[in-house]
Design a protein around this ligand. Structure first.
Ligand SMILES: *Cc1c(COP(=O)(O)O)cnc(C)c1O
Length: 360
């Protein structure tokens, strides 16, 4: 069977070049005589793979020396707990700008005082709060935001500028657009959206924020311990780290983040421009908060939505069903989604619209 265009929100599309390379190297990596999956994480050959992935990430994101890059497990959800366990002493500010942001805030409440500094929950999360409207506590230990809200298809186009360190769940738009890492105290992301396969969690933490961990913190969530141990207190997700390295090499070959950002803008514009003039499909997110990665839309008729998702899948455009709590449709168009995937989707939507209007 031919490969389809996969619009899933995560695990998601990966670069075909990276998958081919992994297939070629599956049975025997270099002159090791074994698969990467079979290697000891303590071997020199594997350490090289690990270091290569970290150095590509440092290069692509221009991560300054004073930041530590940790390759962990437990997903972004694990970090919802790790963030307060490593940073929360007095009080933390959270922006409730989406479902994952809400979960992060609720999780942090288990560990200490948490303030909601701004929320778009009432409006159904169709936008992110205006950064200038946030009620920030100048004495907060940190301010937590989600830079791209995967379920509702919104993102921050202008970042808040708190006195406290900014902590960002960047799971669904890391490496999709240029971010100045210096503006953040901590960035974390599950890999399965825009980095590589599931099983790997990236944490980028400014060195001076280490060392304040709460004593009951499990060692696998303790950034200070993990930084000291080079992320190898225990077995890291070795194959996912290798695959992430192949995906990051691909991204470098595309021209890096600046180049992929231009492509991502073109891809998103193609879809949004079509949605803005369509007579049956309507974008869900407010225009000024629109995500470049997750484009949410609906017809307003649940049966028509379901027919669209079904027929699109038959045409090789799969996983367009929206998240169950948001409804409608969602096209996730991460870095690895080719422009052809988006233009095929728009053509399919145009045909579907024509057909629908004719039968009315
Ligand atoms: C997918 C996602 C999560 C959850 O990630 P897991 O790795 O499944 O824990 C959290 N935050 C955001 C923004 C996401 O997109």
């Amino acid at each position: 069977m031919e490969r389809v265009f996969n619009f899933a929100a995560g695990p998601a599309v990966m670069p075909e070049e990276a998958l081919r390379r992994a297939a070629d190297e599956m049975l025997c990596y270099g002159n090791s005589g074994m698969s990467v999956m079979e290697m000891s994480h303590r071997s020199a050959a594997y350490q090289e793979i690990f270091d290569h992935t970290v150095s590509l990430l440092r290069e692509l994101m221009d991560i300054p020396e004073e930041y530590r890059v940790l390759l962990l497990q437990g997903g972004a959800t694990g970090q919802f707990a790790a963030v307060p366990m490593n940073l929360l002493q007095r009080s933390a500010d959270y922006v409730d700008c989406g479902n994952f942001a809400h979960s992060a805030m609720i999780t942090a409440q288990k560990y200490g005082a948490v303030r909601c500094a701004g929320s778009s929950r009432e409006g159904g999360y169709t936008r992110v709060p205006d950064p200038d409207s946030l009620q920030l506590d100048p004495g907060a230990d940190y301010l937590h935001i989600t830079t791209n809200n995967t379920i509702y298809g919104t993102r921050w186009t202008k970042l808040p500028e708190p006195c406290a360190p900014l902590v960002a769940d960047m799971s669904s738009n890391i490496l999709a657009e240029p971010f100045d890492v210096r503006r953040f105290g901590v960035i974390y992301a599950g890999a399965q959206k825009n980095i590589g396969p599931a099983g790997l969690t990236v944490v980028i933490v400014r060195g001076d924020l280490l060392g304040h961990v709460r004593p009951e913190t499990p060692a696998v969530l303790d950034w200070t311990v993990m930084a000291e141990k080079g992320s190898m207190l225990n077995t890291p997700p070795t194959y996912a780290i290798y695959m992430a390295g192949l995906c990051l090499e691909w991204l470098r070959d595309q021209g890096g983040v600046a180049a992929i950002y231009q492509r991502n803008r073109r891809k998103a514009a193609l879809l949004y421009d079509y949605l803005d003039q369509s007579r049956i499909f309507h974008g869900i997110a407010d225009k000024e908060s629109r995500s470049l990665m997750n484009v949410t839309f609906r017809t307003g008729d649940a049966e028509l939505d379901a027919a669209f998702v079904r027929e699109a899948a038959q045409a090789g455009l799969v996983s367009l069903k929206g998240h169950r709590i948001a409804g409608g449709m969602r096209a996730s168009i991460y870095n690895a989604m080719p422009e052809a995937g988006v233009s095929n989707l728009v053509s399919f939507m145009e045909d579907f619209e024509k057909k629908t209007l004719q039968t009315r």
